[in-house]
Unconditional design. Structure first.
Length: 208
C-alpha cells in the first residue's frame, strides 16, 4: 500500500467534480474522483492515506449517509463536507458524524486547500497513533495470564508487597513477573508501564 496521500472527491456534478480534482491536483496531491456515494463506497480502500471531500446532496446516497456508512465500517478517514445547500443543522450533523470541516458553496479555493492540508495532516497523525497502539497490543498479547494479572494490579496502583499478598505469592516472584512484563512491553519504569497500559485500554481493572 502506497504511503502517498490520496484525496477522494465524491460529487455527482461532473463539472464540480472535475473542478475540485483540478484544484487539489494543483497542490501536488493525487486525486480519485467518484460520481456517487455508492461508487465511492464500493471502491474505497481505507488503508490508503489521505482524506475525503464529500458533497452533501447527492441522489441515492447523500453525503451524510456516506459518512454514516463509513462510521458503521469503523473507517475514520477525515471527511470534508461540501454543499451548495448547506445550513446549520446539516453542518452540525456532519461534524457530529465525524466530518472535520463543512464548506458551503461557493467557497474560496484557498479555503478548500487549507481544509485538505489539515485533513491529510490529521489522517497521518491518526494512522501513526493507530500503528503505535497495535504495536502495544501485540506486545500485550505476549504476556502470560500471570503476568497480565501483575500488570493489572500494578496499573491499579498497588505496590509489590500488596500484589504479593493479594496473589499469595512471594515478593520476589512478583518482582520477577513485573520485570518480565516491563521487558516484553519495552517499558523502562513503573510509570512508563502504567502509561502504556492506559494507552491500549488494557490492564486497568474496573474495581480492585
Amino acid at each position: 500500500m502506497s504511503s502517498t496521500p490520496v484525496v477522494s472527491v465524491v460529487d455527482d456534478d461532473e463539472q464540480v467534480r472535475e473542478s475540485l480534482a483540478a484544484l487539489i491536483q494543483s497542490m501536488d496531491v493525487e486525486v480519485e474522483a467518484y460520481a456517487s456515494g455508492r461508487e465511492f463506497l464500493d471502491h474505497y480502500n481505507p488503508g490508503q492515506p489521505g482524506c475525503i471531500v464529500l458533497d452533501l446532496r447527492m441522489p441515492q446516497l447523500s453525503g451524510q449517509e456516506v459518512i454514516d456508512e463509513l462510521v458503521a465500517r469503523q473507517i475514520n478517514t477525515p471527511v470534508i463536507m461540501i454543499s451548495g445547500h448547506g445550513d446549520i443543522p446539516a453542518a452540525v450533523a456532519a461534524i457530529k458524524s465525524g466530518a472535520i470541516d463543512f464548506l458551503e458553496k461557493p467557497y474560496p479555493g484557498s479555503a478548500l486547500m487549507d481544509s485538505v492540508r489539515r485533513a491529510i495532516a490529521r489522517d497521518a497523525e491518526q494512522r501513526e497513533s493507530s500503528s503505535e497502539k497495535q504495536l502495544l497490543l501485540d506486545r500485550y498479547e505476549t504476556l502470560t495470564p500471570d503476568e497480565r494479572q501483575v500488570l493489572e494490579l500494578t496499573v491499579a496502583g498497588k505496590p509489590d508487597k500488596a500484589i504479593a499478598l493479594k496473589l499469595d505469592l512471594s515478593l520476589r516472584t512478583i518482582q520477577l513477573r513485573r520485570a518480565s512484563v516491563m521487558r516484553k512491553m519495552h517499558a523502562h519504569s513503573r510509570a512508563e508501564l502504567i502509561g502504556l497500559a492506559h494507552r491500549i485500554d488494557r490492564g486497568v481493572p474496573a474495581n480492585s
